[in-house]
Ligand binder design. Sequence first.
Ligand SMILES: [Zn+2]
Length: 296
Amino acid sequence: MEYSSCIICGNGSPTPRFQKQSEDGEVFSLVKCGTCGLEFVNPRPPIGEIGKYYGRQYFTRRSDRGYDNYFSSELRSEIERVMGMNLADLDFFSYEKEISGERLALDIGCAAGYFVAFLCNRGWQAEGIDISHDCVNFAVNSLQVPVQQGNVIEAEFPRTFHLVTLWATIEHLHHPQDVLQKAWDILKPGGYLYISTCRTGPFSFQAIKGKNWRFYNFPQHLYFFNGRTLGKLLSRYGFEKQRFRTYGSGTGKQGTLMRKIADFAARYLYLGDMMLVSARKPVNGSQLPLKRRRKS
Ligand SMILES: [Zn+2]
């Protein structure tokens, strides 16, 4: 196990919040930075050992922690429905029209490659990268989209992109700050970074659920941001925050009135326990921002 400091303000003495068991009965501790409010799992398994928590069963077992068969057509349709809603909220369809000529995109943590396939079907030259061998096999063999297995930090990309996406990925990363730096490096000036992640905060469904919150699944989820902490991290790396939306409540059963009301509140009253952020690399942003510095 390894200990880490707050990646936003460098605080090495975060406050313990609570402990919770993983699905295999291992106990992990959640801490909160008293300075900036970032929550994270501390200590955590080192990056070289995290793979054992992500077998194929993580993507196929019915569970509130993993996915109920990520490779099924039902889940694919549900993912595409949410994707369409998220893209509209992020004003993607206007941005897409602005790009003349070929449109290049990279989906980091692309899982089964559904978003890559979605973009390819719209005429984009899209590619993906994921750490999971099973997911990459599915994307390449079943969807026939260009997806590579590996760590995005180490991967080399011969071209720069109009769009880089991190859908429900940043919370899984050991070093989110390094991935944001990489995203900056591989984006074209004026290009967009889209992030979706679970959201903490007093005005969120997370606050109601507490320890039992649906996204407190350790150690697959390591970081828990709110709009402010994520915004701080993005601005350190030179990104300009453009859009912010929240959605999702995890409250009540799917299809019930309770769920509909809770999801409505999540989306329109900014109470969601998921958030969407779009951030732009400035048009004159080919140079590194002076304020960028690594704290970890
Ligand atoms: Zn902090």
